[in-house]
Write a protein that binds this ligand. Structure first.
Ligand SMILES: CC(C)(COP(=O)(O)OP(=O)(O)OC[C@H]1O[C@@H](n2cnc3c(N)ncnc32)[C@H](O)[C@@H]1OP(=O)(O)O)[C@@H](O)C(=O)NCCC(=O)NCCS
Length: 120
C-alpha cells in the first residue's frame, strides 16, 4: 500500500489461508509505517481485506493474533468487529536475553465468522 505518485510505503497487510484448507480459515496481520499511524489507514486496508476474504475467497472464519501489550493492534481488530476469543500465555517470543533465554509474550486471539460479518 503506497501513497499515489509517491514511493513512500504506508504499510503491509498479510492475509493467508491456514491449514487445513477445508476449514476456510484465513489469518490477517499488518505492519504500518509509523509516519502514517493514527489516520485510519490500517483500519481501511484491513476492512477491504475482510471484504475480499469473505466475498471472494468465501472464508468461513478470519483470525488474528495481537500482543496483549500492543493496544494499537488489538484496538484495530476491535474496530474491525473481531471478537477476542483467547488469551494465550507466553506463546511467542521475538527477542532473547543476553544469556539466550526467550523473552516470552502473551497474545490475544481474535476472530470473526462469515455469518457475523456485516460488510464494509
Ligand atoms: C497496529 C498498527 C497497524 C495500528 O496502527 P494505527 O495507526 O493505530 O491504525 P489506523 O491506521 O487504523 O489508525 C487508527 C487511529 O486513527 C484514528 N483515526 C483517524 N481517522 C480514522 C478513520 N477514518 N478511521 C479509523 N480510525 C481513524 C483512530 O481513532 C485511531 O486512533 P486511536 O488509536 O488514538 O483511537 C500499527 O500500530 C503498527 O503497524 N504497529 C507495528 C506493527 C504491529 O504491531 N503489528 C501487529 C503485530 S501483533
Amino acid at each position: 500500500m503506497c501513497l499515489k505518485n509517491s514511493k513512500k510505503m504506508i504499510g503491509h497487510v498479510y492475509f493467508a489461508q491456514s491449514e487445513p484448507p477445508q476449514f476456510r480459515t484465513w489469518e490477517i496481520g499488518y505492519v504500518f509505517n509509523p509516519k502514517f499511524y493514527g489516520n485510519g489507514y490500517a483500519t481501511e486496508a484491513c476492512k477491504r481485506i475482510l471484504q475480499y476474504g469473505f466475498q471472494n475467497e468465501k472464508a468461513h472464519r478470519i483470525v488474528a493474533e495481537a500482543n496483549v501489550k500492543n493496544q494499537a493492534s488489538w484496538k484495530l481488530l476491535e474496530r474491525l468487529s473481531m471478537r477476542r476469543e483467547a488469551h494465550m500465555f507466553q506463546n511467542v517470543f521475538f527477542k532473547k536475553t543476553s544469556d539466550g533465554k526467550p523473552i516470552w509474550n502473551d497474545s490475544y486471539g481474535y476472530a470473526i465468522l462469515s455469518t457475523e460479518y456485516k460488510g464494509v
